[in-house]
Design a protein around this ligand. Structure first.
Ligand code: ISE
Length: 337
């Protein structure tokens, strides 16, 4: 396929709106053909100024629209499975915001549907893989210039949480990114997850115990720990320290410009993930579009979505029992090897 991607964006909320703007202003080779949202007013507002785009309230209608040949899913996770299965049945490229689905069993159904189709169609929106800092760390790991990597220390801090952000979501909505990037950097699957709960902030809501300390083991023996702190107040921060045999690499800390003025020194902290990862999202979506034009996949696959869903299940169990919970995966289908 080398024609322009005519994308149906399903969900015009926070991420959907961000992707609609991206697709219509910065991405080459793709256009927004339809925006679907249960809130028709929101869908209408999202297509304003986009020539030829239609606003719809039903994802199936968008998939059956002859003008649509690709789909970007940005609805809440519990709505993903039906849309994914319908898009795979139509054999069209899909970019699905994380999580792939909300549990391992339904994510496995997506893997199986693709395996039956015999082609990878679904890219999962783990945008960190396209971030320049993470890419540079990946090169150091693969190049072995500092010897073997031994350990990862990760911090994931959000200023606050939107209404309805539950205790489980610290794992399923936030740490899910760490699960993916740890698997990606280490190049091995995660085998166990443990969650430790210590002193909690008084700024948490919705029954959250915040922060949490997540301990992760991988197949290769590399250990990782994650501080997830979703009501950190001061801004958005995602940073990783990788420990090697011959050195230590930090990424994602304070970035320039470093300014001295009015008797103070310092810089600014991004308020949220859209700002922190803006460039990564652009690269991610462009990679999806470019690969789709060649009938390929440009990034994390349905297998990655499934493996991280299994990690999330283990993580939620571990939040409750404090134990080290094993992550069990089905055998990887040949398509993903
Ligand atoms: C949010 O949904 C994201 O995907 C962000 O990348 C993450 O940092 C945040 O914790 C999540 O709530």
């Amino acid at each position: 396929m080398s024609e322009t991607l005519r994308v149906a964006v399903i969900g015009a909320g926070r991420m959907g709106a961000d992707h609609i703007k991206r697709l219509s202003t910065r991405i080459h080779g793709a256009e927004v053909a339809a925006v679907v949202d249960v809130d028709m007013q929101r869908a209408q507002a999202a297509i304003a100024g986009i020539p030829g785009a239609v606003a719809l309230s039903d994802a199936r209608e968008a998939l059956d629209n002859g003008d649509v040949n690709a789909v970007l899913i940005a609805t809440p996770g519990f709505l993903h499975e039906d849309i994914l299965l319908a898009a795979i049945a139509k054999d069209i490229p899909v970019l699905c915001e994380k999580p792939l689905t909300t549990d391992a069993a339904s994510s496995w159904r997506i893997v199986q549907a693709e395996a039956e189709l015999g082609r990878k169609r679904v890219q999962v929106g783990f945008m960190r893989r396209f971030d320049a800092d993470y890419a540079a760390l990946g090169e150091i790991i693969r190049g072995e210039s500092l010897g073997g990597m031994l350990m990862l220390h990760c911090v994931h801090r959000n200023p606050d949480t939107p209404p309805g952000f539950t205790n489980e979501m610290l794992i399923t909505d936030s740490v899910v990114h760490e699960f993916d990037i740890i698997r990606f950097l280490v190049g091995a699957e995660i085998t166990s997850v443990q969650v430790r709960l210590g002193k909690a902030t008084k700024n948490a809501s919705n029954g959250q115990h915040d922060p949490q300390h997540v301990l992760i083991e991988t197949e290769s023996g590399v250990l990782a720990d994650v501080e997830i702190f979703v009501n950190a107040q001061f801004g958005y921060e995602v940073a990783t320290q990788a420990v090697f045999e011959q050195g230590v690499v930090n990424i994602g800390g304070d970035n320039g410009p470093y300014v001295r003025t009015a008797g103070r020194w310092g810089g600014t902290i991004p308020p949220g993930f859209e700002e922190r990862f803006e460039a990564a999202y652009d690269v991610e979506v462009q990679a999806w579009v470019d690969a789709a034009a060649q009938g390929n996949l440009g990034g994390p696959s349905a297998w990655d979505g499934y493996a991280t869903a299994a990690c999330c299940e283990a993580g939620v169990k571990a939040q409750k029992n404090g134990d080290k919970v094993a992550v069990a995966l089905n055998p990887k289908p040949f398509l993903y090897s």
